[in-house]
Design a binder for this molecule. Structure first.
Ligand SMILES: C/C=C/C(=O)SCCNC(=O)CCNC(=O)[C@H](O)C(C)(C)COP(=O)(O)OP(=O)(O)OC[C@H]1O[C@@H](n2cnc3c(N)ncnc32)[C@H](O)[C@@H]1OP(=O)(O)O
Length: 269
């Protein structure tokens, strides 16, 4: 696994704990962090020792979004030509989207465990995760509107498919803070907790349950859920049939049947 500067990674019992690790900057994401996030999630995708990932932040906040220094420098170009400048800027934006796409495309479920602020890019990131849990005092802010910009790293595409679209729009237009308790009410997070310790304990229990299942089936379930979100029911069912025609007859299926017959828990490789 690559040596990390802006993340802390711990792998234990098939669960990868990934922490943003710039607490002195409220876990704001500098260029190094964006670069590391992409490589990290691609490597976790390939790592057979990992079945589920928990994403959290060291320190007081989950993530303060893009590092403002990086945001200020994003409009520096090596080209004088306007067309080429715009082409460079487009490439830079796509390059910032890629690490967040890597979370969504990671074949293992990614669970966000959020405390403190989850701001701007932080909301882009949790919108790409499979599930979200937070502390009561966490808060979520689509801050881009107050920076005079359109949120461009996935919030506007993914969030309205997680929470009611009208509430996503209200958050995006007003930039107001949504607290942990409201986040639970609108379905942004699955549950809130009085303390971070309680959250980590309960989130680990969910992760352990996922890790005990057939890894092939969990990866298939994530791929199918992602596909269904972006396609019609008819297209989704057609894709599903092809998927299971390819993946159903697995060692995991045999192990599940044998375990049931032998009245023991299934153990998957
Ligand atoms: C495409 C993506 C776009 C976006 O992501 S737009 C959103 C950009 N993010 C923001 O606008 C957030 C700005 N930060 C804040 O509002 C506050 O901070 C917090 C609410 C996150 C935390 O407040 P508190 O708990 O009082 O801590 P503190 O003393 O303000 O912050 C600790 C240190 O972290 C630095 N910091 C915080 N956020 C960022 C950031 N986004 N980029 C760079 N540095 C940041 C501060 O300056 C400070 O540093 P020092 O101790 O040297 O004063």
């Amino acid at each position: 696994m690559t040596t990390l500067e802006t993340f802390d990674l711990r792998i234990e019992d098939s669960i990868a704990w990934v922490y943003f690790n710039r607490p002195e900057r409220a876990n704001a994401l500098n260029q190094k962090a964006w670069d590391e996030m992409k490589v990290l999630f691609e490597e976790l995708d390939d790592n057979n020792d990992v079945r589920v990932i928990i994403l959290s932040g060291h320190g007081k906040h989950f993530c303060a979004g893009i590092d403002l220094e990086l945001l200020m420098n994003v409009a520096q170009f090596s080209q004088p030509c306007e067309g080429r400048k715009r082409e460079q800027l487009r490439k830079k934006i796509l390059a910032l989207q890629a690490p967040i796409n890597a979370i969504e495309q990671c074949s293992k479920p990614v669970i966000a465990a959020i405390k403190g602020g989850c701001i701007g890019g932080g909301v882009d990131i949790i919108s790409a995760c499979d599930m979200r849990y937070c502390t009561d005092d966490a808060y979520f802010t689509i801050k881009e509107i107050d920076m005079g910009m359109v949120a461009d790293l996935g919030t506007l595409q993914r969030l309205p498919k997680i929470i009611p679209p009208g509430i996503a729009r209200e958050m995006a237009y007003t930039g107001r803070n949504v607290t942990g308790l409201e986040a639970e009410r609108i379905g942004l997070v699955n549950r809130t907790f009085a303390s971070a310790e309680e959250m980590y304990t309960e989130v680990m229990k969910v992760a352990q349950q996922i890790a005990s299942k057939s890894p092939l089936s969990i990866r298939g379930t994530k791929a199918i859920l992602n596909h269904s979100r972006d396609h019609s029911v008819a297209d989704g069912l057609d894709y599903m049939a092809t998927w299971n025609a390819a993946m159903l007859l697995s060692d995991d299926l045999m192990e599940a049947f044998q375990a049931k017959m032998q009245k023991r828990p299934a153990v998957y490789k």
